[in-house]
Design a protein around this ligand. Structure first.
Ligand SMILES: Nc1ncnc2c1ncn2[C@@H]1O[C@H](COP(=O)(O)OP(=O)(O)OP(=O)(O)O)[C@@H](O)[C@H]1O
Length: 333
């Protein structure tokens, strides 16, 4: 299938700062592609290069077969990260305003309903909550019924219910054939919405694939997280590897302090670990078992990049600092 969105070796620097260092990706028709990566990795710059709001220093960007600057704007929907429409309009007036920019726009009331804001149509934009404002902004990208949608952190600041509204909306759009490229820091969002995910690190896409492929390749093994003040040394005789969880990766999102992770424990083997704790009198207040997920992929690859920041090392000796090196760095962390 031909690519609807295509970036090849994009490079972009702002003075001394390299924002893109050879970023490549391609998104097929009707696909939802999620771009993830640490702050400053270059996600917004890549979206801007693909939507014609910044000119790359080198490389090629194509959307619907055209250069972004040449594309028919009726066919694109773009939600910038820092989109800030005029405050002194109601939500409906604002959508009316954006609808007026196109030849054949959708009915703004339908768009309001799509983003779950029918009841807030007469509320001034400035009086909406931050999450409601973001939903209106998502709506503003839909008034022209675009073929391709670029959403830079669409759900940042939106509460869980509103986030689900936007997720369902994106799923419906994708089902109807809209091609979507979104950026997110929310791994659950990427895992739920994306057909494929690309991880951007230091300006390059260092891993890409379906969430399942990425998890299988880079996610590591299952995690049994034990909430305990015991040290890893107390588990020296346990037949499974024990480690401190990655930063911020405690049970149910709690801080990682006071938690240990036992790897490679199958669901049927959890009892063995419980017996070990009981036999040795090791106190614990919680046990959580989880399959590896996209967050594990992110932590493995993005943390590896962070560690390699001083020089993107060629760890596998193939002459290139690439995704394999990053994966290797993740494995040996
Ligand atoms: N207009 C600009 N002028 C100077 N530097 C910029 C500009 N835009 C981006 N940068 C720099 O380029 C790098 C990439 O920024 P970018 O906003 O693309 O990252 P990001 O992955 O979207 O980050 P975040 O997750 O924080 O939104 C950063 O170091 C940033 O400071």
């Amino acid at each position: 299938m031909s690519a609807v969105v295509d970036a090849t070796d994009l490079e972009k620097s702002y003075g001394e700062t390299t924002a893109l260092s050879g970023a490549s990706l391609s998104v097929s028709a009707g696909e939802v592609f999620a771009l993830i990566g640490p702050n400053g990795a270059g996600k917004t710059t890549l979206v801007r290069a693909l939507t014609g709001t910044t000119e790359p220093d080198s490389g090629a960007a194509r959307v619907l077969g055209e250069s972004p600057a040449a594309i028919d704007r009726d066919r694109l929907g773009v939600l910038p990260q820092d989109f800030s429409p005029p405050d002194r309009l109601s939500a409906r007036e604002l959508l009316d305003y954006y609808a007026g920019l196109y030849d054949d726009p959708r009915d703004p009331d339908d768009v309001l309903a799509d983003v779950g804001l029918t009841d807030a149509g007469d509320t001034w934009y400035e009086d909406l909550s931050g999450g409601q404002q973001r939903r209106v902004c998502v709506g503003a990208t839909l008034v022209n019924d675009p073929d391709v949608l670029f959403l830079d952190e669409p759900t940042t600041g939106i509460d869980p219910a509103g986030r689900r509204t936007v997720w369902r909306l994106i799923e419906d759009l994708a089902d109807a054939g809209t091609t979507v490229l979104l950026t997110t820091h929310d791994m659950a969002e990427a895992e739920r919405l994306a057909d494929r995910v690309g991880l951007l690190a230091d300006g390059a896409v260092v891993a890409r694939g379906t969430p399942a492929e990425l998890v299988a390749e880079h996610g590591g093994s299952s995690r049994l997280t034990i909430t305990t003040t015991a040290t890893p040394e107390a588990f020296a005789d346990l037949a499974y590897p024990v480690e401190r969880p990655a930063r911020g990766r405690g049970p149910r999102g709690a801080r990682a302090d006071g938690a240990l992770v036992v790897r490679d424990v199958g669901p049927a083997e959890i009892g063995t670990v419980v017996d070990y704790l009981e036999e040795r009198g090791l106190e614990y207040s919680g046990l959580t078992w989880a399959e590896p997920d996209l967050e594990d992929v992110y932590l493995a690859l993005a943390d590896a990049t962070e560690r390699d920041r001083t020089g993107r090392a060629d760890r596998n000796g193939d002459g290139e600092a690439d995704a394999d090196d990053l994966a290797r760095a993740g494995e040996t962390a």
